[in-house]
Design a protein around this ligand. Structure first.
Ligand SMILES: [Fe+2]
Length: 238
């Protein structure tokens, strides 16, 4: 039994501990930690100027992407088995995630995966697609020309109402398709594997382009890291 004397002593010890703790540690709680972490961008924030501006890239990476990571860790904190799953496994197996956290995992594992891929597929002055490469041949079956590809990509981007993504995916039958998703949904949840995705959330472009989504899409269309995308395609086909 806790006696009054014992309780008073405990309270005094607690008060003393707080008194010796720096105020900023008491007042602010650190973001929840977990198995997932914000990956480095891999290049400088201004590396994609003038197409994508440095300020947007910095906020997009350090604030928006970080928030998806933080909230994913928060959602998984009481689920050690799910913490062992990769993002790919979480998104492909959303139906096996407990209903209580399924929405949070869908949004935040999606947001984390989508942005991680987005950064990797962007590069200024990338080398062009290998003319006789497998990806170029596959794209030739989907689009009649480079101009046609850009037009279809723009049309798809403009068709997304509100926030979402446009994707170039490898479908279950290994064919390449152009698809869109809402919010932070990912094609993995439909059995498709994304090769590249375009973030259509306003946080990705509003600072520089305001409401001109089409101008942002045009800027994006000159920033494909074909070396990385081709390597991903070869891995998926293997
Ligand atoms: Fe984003």
């Amino acid at each position: 039994m806790i006696t009054r004397r014992h309780a008073l002593k405990s309270a005094a010890v607690l008060a003393a501990a707080f008194a010796s703790t720096p105020l900023h540690l008491v007042a602010q709680s650190a973001p929840p930690t977990g198995v997932h972490a914000l990956p480095p961008l891999g290049y400088a924030y201004d590396a994609l100027e003038p197409h994508f501006d440095a300020k947007t890239m910095e906020i997009h990476h350090t604030k928006h992407h970080q928030t998806y990571v933080t909230k994913l860790n928060e959602a998984l904190k009481d689920y050690p088995d799910l913490q062992k799953r990769s993002l790919d496994e979480l998104l492909r197996g959303l139906d096996t995630v407990p209903e209580k956290i399924r929405g949070a995992v869908r949004n935040h594992a999606g947001g984390h995966y989508n942005h991680s891929l987005f950064w990797k597929t962007l590069k200024k002055d990338s080398r062009p697609l290998t003319p006789d490469g497998a990806l170029n041949r596959a794209l030739g079956e989907l689009f009649t020309s480079e101009e046609d590809a850009k037009e279809q990509f723009l049309k798809a981007a403009m068709s997304v109402f509100g926030s979402g993504w446009v994707w170039l995916v490898v479908d279950k039958d290994k064919s390449i398709k152009l698809v869109t998703t809402a919010n932070q949904d990912n094609p993995l949840s439909k059995g498709q594997t994304p090769l590249l995705g375009l973030d259509l959330w306003e946080h990705a472009y509003y600072l520089k382009f305001q409401s001109k989504r089409a101008d942002y899409v045009q800027a994006f269309l000159s920033l494909q890291n074909w070396e990385f995308i081709e390597a991903q395609y070869d891995k998926i086909r293997a």
